[in-house]
Design a binder for this molecule. Sequence first.
Ligand SMILES: Nc1ncnc2c1ncn2[C@@H]1O[C@H](COP(=O)(O)OP(=O)(O)OP(=O)(O)O)[C@@H](O)[C@H]1O
Ligand SMILES: [Mg+2]
Length: 269
Amino acid sequence: MTTTAVTENGAARALDAALTLDGVTRTYGKGAPALDRVSLTVPRGRFLAVMGRSGSGKSTLLRCAAGLERPTTGTVRIGGTDLATLKATGLTRLRRDRIGFVFQSLNLVSALDVRENVTLPLLLAGARGGRALDALALAGLAAVGLADRAGDMPENLSGGQRQRVAIARALVNEPEVVFADEPTAALDPVTAAGVLALLRRAVDERGTTVVLVTHDPVAAAWTDEAVFLDGGRLVGRLDRPEETGVREMLGARAGDGHRRTASSPAVAR
Ligand SMILES: Nc1ncnc2c1ncn2[C@@H]1O[C@H](COP(=O)(O)OP(=O)(O)OP(=O)(O)O)[C@@H](O)[C@H]1O
Ligand SMILES: [Mg+2]
């Protein structure tokens, strides 16, 4: 993407980034904002963790960033496209062609088999079913270790296997950004590590940008950067987050004084 027409540094960065949020606020009804003036730039090929306690606004941030919900104020850009400039059909097309989703559960269509679930985004985008599409689905399933389950129905898979199918589906159209909302929350640690490794590989091998919402410091340690929300506001970040540092940050944010030590990362207050 060319940025030559852009002279102002911030705007140039925004165009180069995979995802930019600029002063994004989301208010539901008359209550306090679920998301409060959040600004965030995610470069291409970065694995970002969004953390914070329950109700801090993580899922709201994800839905606004992924174009599933419109912010009350502020700007969201995916690869330079300002989502506010898109009408509903344009937004649907952008989600279909440039974004992948993995949710905590209920990712798969139970009436379709595993292979059909993986090819669904491509079929919705107008691709013709057939051998080429089947081969693509099989390659995607092989990448998540499930080539032999292509003909199974989702109900016959374990939770971890279903999440791996969901990841194969999220990646099948080679999206610029994959959004994952607590995809490992229902999984045991070993299975969760397998799912996180797949997301990590998409980042390292394909240059995909991944935004992962998680409560789990172990999951955050797979990422390149963790940002922390509290009451809808962005209150801190860690580069190359490690489990201990993330725990300290979460503890500090929860006002859990006894967990803080002299070596705690500095938290912007
Ligand atoms: N559709 C909605 N209508 C009204 N309030 C909402 C809606 N969605 C979220 N909220 C409120 O916005 C705030 C942030 O919710 P959000 O789901 O983003 O939190 P979260 O950090 O994802 O929490 P969790 O870890 O429990 O999933 C909460 O106070 C929640 O009650
Ligand atoms: Mg949530």
